[in-house]
Design a protein around this ligand. Structure first.
Ligand SMILES: O=c1ccn([C@@H]2O[C@H](COP(=O)(O)OP(=O)(O)O[C@H]3OC[C@H](O)[C@H](O)[C@H]3O)[C@@H](O)[C@H]2O)c(=O)[nH]1
Ligand SMILES: [Mn+2]
Length: 359
């Protein structure tokens, strides 16, 4: 009897978004896991360069000319010469879920030596609930072989929808430039077999290298900001998106998980180039974190778009004085939402805010 391989989970409900400035040979290693899925390739940098995609993948590719053609003047909100451009892929996708991965991330092996299907694990993370309101000390209670521990309130065991699954990295960890400079040879060899919900009210440094999210829930919040060419900052694209998304998830009662799956991050980018990109962010973030910790979203912010516009107003009011860059970023946040709604006219996603979820 021929064995029929099971249809890959969410085969027609998930897009894989890859920002790139190079040929995509890395896909060969991911072929067994990625081939059934549709890819959205966002080509950064010189649009006249041809990006080679290995045979057999179903994809759409957008370069800067395409972004300008599709968004017109609103293209100003999409970064150029920075991986932040990847968020254009989230906007043009029509799928319920997104997985985004960098082109220097490869298939890692678990302690038993088995190839890790990172996409499958992210999908499991997104399809199982999160527990932001009470911390389960035995980690993810929904994994086989685990459960809620004694003292965990039964009224909270249903959990909430998971909006984000944040994966980690073996080999080259996602360190900032100063840490990279101090520890150039450090490699992450520690495989921690855990998935945790990040508690409500706690921010985290979201890395875009190995990230999945429910686009129908938080897509409009996943704007990767104004980075790269012409901007005073870089490598804070995913951080900005993560802070905005976490504040909104806390308000709307959705969960964010971090931990498994791991990918193998192969290339350390140049720490001196990174330092130049990051240095303003390194001192600005000492003001940004207290700002995001203090963001209060009113009860009538019942959709991600409304939450996001409210945050942009508070960015302008409170961070505009830190640097004029934040006035421009606040305006770009509004442009992003306008562009999102133009390309995705299905309207705002309203959330039924569970008791105790909003402040
Ligand atoms: O101008 C650019 C440069 C790169 N890309 C693409 O973005 C991906 C990440 O690039 P790379 O691996 O060279 O940089 P890292 O320092 O490892 O990236 C981390 O820090 C910056 C971002 O937050 C990123 O998400 C992190 O992983 C890769 O696919 C490049 O091809 C680009 O589009 N434009
Ligand atoms: Mn990299």
């Amino acid at each position: 009897m021929a064995t029929v391989s099971p249809t890959p989970l969410l085969k027609d409900e998930l897009d894989i978004v890859i920002p790139t400035i190079r040929n995509l040979d890395f896909l060969e290693m991911w072929r067994p896991f990625f081939q059934p899925y549709h890819l959205i390739i966002v080509q950064d940098g010189d649009p006249t360069k041809t990006i080679k995609v290995p045979e057999g993948f179903d994809y759409e590719l957008y370069n800067r000319n395409d972004i300008n053609r599709i968004l017109g003047p609103k293209a100003s909100c999409i970064s150029f010469k920075d991986s932040a451009c990847r968020c254009f892929g989230y906007m043009v996708s029509k799928k319920k879920y997104i997985y985004t991965i960098d082109d220097d991330c490869f298939v890692a092996k678990d302690p038993s030596g088995k190839d890790i299907n990172a996409l499958e694990q992210h999908i499991q993370n997104l399809l199982s609930p999160s527990t932001p309101f009470f911390f389960n000390t035995l980690y993810d209670p929904y994994r086989s072989g685990a459960d809620f521990v004694r003292g965990y309130p039964f009224s909270l065991r249903e959990g909430v929808p998971t909006a984000v699954s944040h994966g980690l990295w073996l080999n080259i960890p996602d360190y900032d430039a100063p840490t990279q400079l101090v520890k150039p040879l450090e490699r992450n060899t520690r495989y921690v077999d855990a998935i945790m919900t990040i508690p409500k009210g706690t921010l985290f440094p979201m890395c875009g290298m190995n990230l999945a999210f429910n686009r129908e829930l938080v897509g409009p919040a996943m704007y990767f900001g104004l980075m790269g060419d012409g901007q005073p900052i870089g490598r804070y694209d995913d951080m900005w998106a993560g802070w905005c998304t976490k504040v909104i998830c806390d308000h709307l009662g959705w969960g964010v998980k971090t931990g498994l799956p791991y990918i193998w991050h192969s290339k350390a980018s140049n720490p001196f180039v990174n330092l130049k990109k990051e240095y303003k962010g390194i001192y600005w973030q000492e003001e940004l974190i207290p700002f995001f910790q203090s963001v209060a979203l009113p009860k009538d912010c019942t959709t991600v778009q409304k939450c996001y516009i409210e945050i942009s107003k508070q960015v302008k009011a409170k961070l505009g004085k830190v640097d004029d860059y934040f006035n421009k970023l606040a305006d770009a946040m509004v442009t992003w939402i306008e562009a999102w709604d133009e390309l995705n006219p299905s309207g705002d996603i309203s959330a039924k805010i569970p008791n105790g979820a909003s402040k």
